[in-house]
Ligand binder design. Structure first.
Ligand code: ZN
Length: 294
């Protein structure tokens, strides 16, 4: 009886705070007390901070290509009530991450390690999977409790996020989610990759590439792979998802030539000629003063 009463009080207390969403756009279930609109508002604020902290490749063919692949996956994903933004960050980190509300980032350090577009689609599909399943919001709810989360992020309508709140979200996005979340994002990513017509073995190849790089040691720049769940376990699971797809999926294209042409070649020249201009200000050589040598 007491339990039921407490449940009722909790329900009433939560009601005016936002709509709980379940069903489509929320694979894996679980109540989400932050509305889509609020989630997008949180994501937009955090995205601004991310883009202040890391240099973004803007108006660049590589960035356009990554966004094009991303949008092709979005068209077949399970959550299309938001606008997705795909951006390339200039940095050596072998990482990709997503924010609540549809912002997906991939570092040039990861793009350089890949060999075909199906692999890129695997990475982006995985990140879209986190957004579709609303992992960030669910994790925040769990970590802070709905009440604190609400007062932090949504309570003051239109108010800016505190520094701590932003740090918390960026940390969560870049350092990964729970094992269950990662598995779910892997599964959704593989399905979207297949639905969009890319060879779904792409994501498996990414796992193999990253496993080959780190030789059992996970450094901070390999967060996409992460040590939980261990890569072997993720590969095994991905292989089991793959077996459930129609056999012709294995014959889908990888777009290797296209990837080299659209991403790797331009990145090489970016590395040689222009990477300097993306370095954080403090790393730039001081410019010569008036009358200095050119
Ligand atoms: Zn992930």
């Amino acid at each position: 009886m007491l339990k039921r009463l407490l449940g009722l009080i909790l329900l009433i207390a939560l009601l005016p705070w936002g709509c709980a969403t379940t069903g489509p756009g929320n694979p894996g279930g679980g109540l989400v007390f932050i509305s889509t609109q609020e989630e997008v508002r949180i994501g937009a604020q955090v995205a601004r901070k991310v883009e202040k902290r890391y240099p973004v490749l803007r108006d660049d063919p590589v960035a356009h290509y990554v966004a094009e692949v991303g949008q092709r996956l979005v068209r077949v994903c399970d959550r299309r009530d938001i606008t997705y933004h795909f951006k390339v960050l200039v940095g050596d980190q072998v990482n990709a991450f997503s924010l609540p509300g549809g912002w997906v980032y991939v570092f040039t350090g990861l793009l350089e390690k890949l060999d075909n577009t199906a692999q890129l689609a695997g990475v982006l599909g995985h990140e879209i999977g986190h957004v579709v399943a609303r992992h960030a919001v669910k994790r925040l709810q769990l970590a802070l409790g709905v009440g604190i989360l609400y007062s932090l992020f949504v309570g003051e309508r239109g108010g800016p996020l505190t520094q701590d709140a932003v740090k918390l979200i960026i940390n969560l996005a870049m350092n990964g989610y729970s094992r269950a979340n990662e598995r779910e994002a892997d599964r959704l990513g593989l399905i979207y990759e297949y639905r969009a017509g890319y060879n779904p073995q792409g994501i498996l190849q990414v796992m193999e590439i990253l496993r080959g790089i780190h030789h059992g040691r996970v450094s901070s720049w390999q967060r996409f792979l992460m040590d939980h769940p261990p890569p072997q376990e993720r590969i095994r699971l991905l292989e089991s998802y793959l077996r459930r797809l129609p056999p012709q999926a294995l014959k889908y294209p990888f777009y290797r030539r296209e990837y080299h042409l659209e991403v790797l070649e331009p990145l090489k020249s970016l590395g040689r000629l222009e990477k300097k201009r993306f370095l954080p200000h403090r790393y730039r050589r001081p410019s010569p003063g008036p009358g200095g040598s050119p």
